[in-house]
Structure formats: structure tokens, C-alpha cells
Design a protein around this ligand. Structure first.
Ligand SMILES: [Ca+2]
Ligand SMILES: [Ca+2]
Length: 128
């Protein structure tokens, strides 16, 4: 079986010290623009407005952000809408990926992912 169904490779990593050495406060979040913004076809959206990025993205773009573990929405902060993402995906058991709350990329959404969010929520600093 190829990697078209299950992701079992190292993927994208960062050497930024805040995201290495077992530190789960900061990491790399990855989501498709189509999933994050609910767009398709030729539709576009503006990503990173709060962070001053203002990047126009289309449904085929993959968004990668250095952010806090638990920032499902890739806006640089862990807050209520991130908890809403994981809370809505968890009971469905068929949704995966960063946007749905798989913050450790192990292919399941479970207590380990909630632990990352719950640990980082009070520790996070300024929006990334
Ligand atoms: Ca967020
Ligand atoms: Ca997980």
C-alpha cells in the first residue's frame, strides 16, 4: 500500500528549538485550505488575517504554520474554536489530520491530542 491512504513517513519537520527535544508547545500544523476554509474549485480565502499575513489561498493549497500544538485552526493561538474542532471530530472517529485535532500526527484523535491542547492552552505566549 502506498502513502495515498495512510501517512506513515516522517513528513515535514522543523529544527526550531522551541519545537524539538520533546517540547510539544510549538510545532508545525498542516491543513488543506479546502478543509480549513470550506472552499472548493476556484474559490479563494484569505489566510492569516489576524497575524498580518493576508495570503490569498485556493482550495488546492496546503497550509503549513509554525504554531502552538493544539492550534487546529492555524491562527496562531489555542482557544475555543480549536476545542470545537477536536470536540466535533472526536466522536466521528473517521476524521483525522491536524484540523480535526490529530496534533501528534499519530493517525487517531484521542487523549494524547487533548493533552497537548490542555497543556499548551495556559502556557502559550503571544499569537504566532
Ligand atoms: Ca486556533
Ligand atoms: Ca493523535
Amino acid at each position: 500500500m502506498g502513502n495515498s491512504v495512510y501517512w506513515d513517513r516522517p513528513g515535514i519537520i522543523t529544527s526550531m528549538s522551541a519545537a524539538t527535544g520533546g517540547n510539544s508547545l510549538n510545532t508545525i500544523g498542516i491543513a488543506s485550505a479546502a478543509d480549513l476554509f470550506g472552499i472548493s474549485g476556484s474559490q479563494t480565502a484569505v489566510w492569516g488575517q489576524g497575524a498580518g499575513l493576508n495570503v490569498t489561498v485556493d482550495a488546492g493549497d496546503i497550509l503549513i504554520k509554525y504554531t502552538y500544538g493544539g492550534d487546529a485552526t492555524l491562527d496562531g493561538v489555542v482557544k475555543g474554536d480549536d476545542y470545537a474542532q477536536i470536540d466535533s471530530a472526536y466522536p466521528q472517529t473517521v476524521l483525522f489530520g491536524w484540523l480535526n485535532g490529530d496534533f501528534n500526527y499519530d493517525g487517531v484523535i484521542n487523549g494524547g491530542d487533548y493533552s497537548i491542547m490542555d497543556s499548551n492552552f495556559p502556557q502559550q505566549g503571544p499569537d504566532l
